[in-house]
Design a protein around this ligand. Structure first.
Ligand code: ACO
Length: 421
């Protein structure tokens, strides 16, 4: 007999089955809880709630394991390109040579957006945050590509996926060019996907631009490491928006907004801003360590801690190595990065951080690399979004294919009881 749990409430016992995943993760199946008992679960932040079955990403925060479709993140970073990883996440297997060539060609052919999108971009003030602009432009794509997608049709789904993968980096780079007051670039079909990201962001009209292997190698790794992370805030947003049968572009646009926040993707920007403010205040890292530990002070050490990793984030290990390589190869000597190193070393030795299992997370090091590569701080979260795109698409597709019900949590009402004016 399979496992179950018994719940006793008001002298009645109810039984709920245990569901088990392929890596032995277990959960209580409470689908009938309310119907049977009249109770709901109370779990703010969904810390103990599994919202779906998923075959895309496996992560074990206690042991620091992260795998996409069964492949370890370490091996993928070593041996695969970002586009191969995107294909793997979305379609379930790594592409053959032929499949990869076709996928790349389809993306290249779709690497254009309607010129009228430029007028939307133009109407934003220059000071607008690139994430807000990216979310709006992604939403804007719907208006220019209005066909609704039949998820049962493989051809239609593929077309929508290719379109989004091809056009998203154009929009992302335009958010940067807008802030900088630079002309907008399109993709160059002679370049790879990752080279094109660099080309569209950095190519100046009066200069040749050849993305350096250090830049492309580091970007490739960073994009792979960010490509999926199971049911995090933005991915859950994409799934929940899509569960109302809103389209792929609309769902991804919502994901961009969710990623923007400083407790999620915005943390990489927050890390550098924190380091800069520590520097401006004299560079006393000990003072800021004390502030982070003081319960009466709202200050938190940005880039430390993670909802699921209670061990070293495996992505942070890879990025730390990449960050060291990039800094060494580019010969960068940056006082802000010195502050980062001191904080990292102090936190790793400090009982407050050790006891709470607060390790540097992926954003701590990604911010450092982006800064070293010359990517402006306000673009960091946009870089994260570029990496996360295949994950959002894969999760959206899985949700629709599994015919998941509309996401609609319940609540415990704590407001006023019935009253009259
Ligand atoms: N600095 C100081 N103390 C911290 C930090 C931090 N960065 N993070 C957690 N703590 C403390 C909390 O105060 C709490 O202490 P207590 O038990 O004495 O009350 C304890 O550690 C547990 O913290 P929670 O907030 O309950 O942990 P949770 O899992 O809810 O939050 C989060 C995780 C949001 C990432 C948190 O660690 C944080 O705010 N970190 C800084 C922001 C950040 O780097 N975010 C990026 C996450 S990675 C990503 O999104 C890709």
């Amino acid at each position: 007999m399979s496992d179950s749990v018994k719940l006793t409430y008001q002298n009645k016992t109810f039984e709920f089955p245990i569901v088990e995943g392929s890596e032995n993760e277990k959960g209580i199946d409470i689908k009938t809880l309310r119907a049977q008992t009249g109770l709901i679960t109370f779990d703010p932040g969904f810390k103990n709630t599994g919202s779906c079955n998923s075959g895309i990403t496996f992560l074990n925060g206690e042991e620091g394991i992260l795998r996409y479709r069964g492949y370890s993140i370490e091996e993928l970073c070593e041996k695969a390109s970002f586009i191969e990883v995107a294909f793997l996440l979305i379609f379930g297997e790594l592409p053959t040579e032929k499949e990869l060539a076709l996928f790349n060609n389809e993306i290249r052919e779709d690497s254009l957006v309607d010129e009228d999108l430029k007028s939307i971009l133009k109407s934003f003030p220059k000071a607008a945050h690139p994430m807000g602009v990216l979310s709006s432009l992604t939403s804007g794509l719907i208006a220019f590509n209005p066909n609704s997608v039949d998820v049962e049709s493989e051809a239609e789904m593929r077309e929508a996926i290719i379109m989004l993968i091809a056009k998203f980096p154009i929009l992302a780079s335009w958010t940067h060019r807008k802030v900088k007051g630079l002309p907008l670039n399109y993709a160059n079909t002679a370049l790879s996907y990752v080279e094109n990201v660099a080309h569209m962001m950095f190519k100046l009209p009066h200069q040749d631009f050849k993305p350096s292997p250090v830049l492309v190698g580091a970007l490739n790794k960073l994009l792979i490491l960010h490509a999926d992370h199971e049911q995090n805030c933005s991915t859950s947003t994409v799934r929940i928006v899509g569960s109302s049968q809103a389209g792929l572009f609309a769902s991804v646009s919502a994901g961009v907004s969710a990623l923007w926040g400083p407790l999620h993707g915005g943390a990489n920007q927050a890390v550098i801003e924190m380091l800069e403010s520590i520097q401006a205040d004299g560079g006393d890292t000990k003072k800021y360590m004390a502030k982070a530990k003081d319960k009466n002070d709202p200050f938190r050490l940005m880039g430390f801690g993670h909802r699921v990793y209670k061990n070293f984030d495996p992505r942070a290990r890879i990025i730390k190595k990449a960050a060291d390589e990039v800094l060494q190869e580019l010969g960068i000597n940056d006082p802000v990065l010195e502050i980062a190193k001191s904080l990292e070393q102090e936190a790793l030795r400090d009982p407050y951080f050790i006891d709470r299992k607060l390790y540097p997370n992926v954003d701590f090091y990604s911010g450092i690399i982006y800064r070293a590569l010359g990517i402006p701080t306000e673009m960091f979260t946009v870089m994260f979004a570029l990496g996360r795109l295949p994950g959002w698409i894969a999760q959206w597709l899985e949700m629709r294919k599994n015919n998941e019900p509309i996401g609609r949590p319940r609540q415990i009402y704590t407001g006023k009881q019935n009253r009259s004016i």
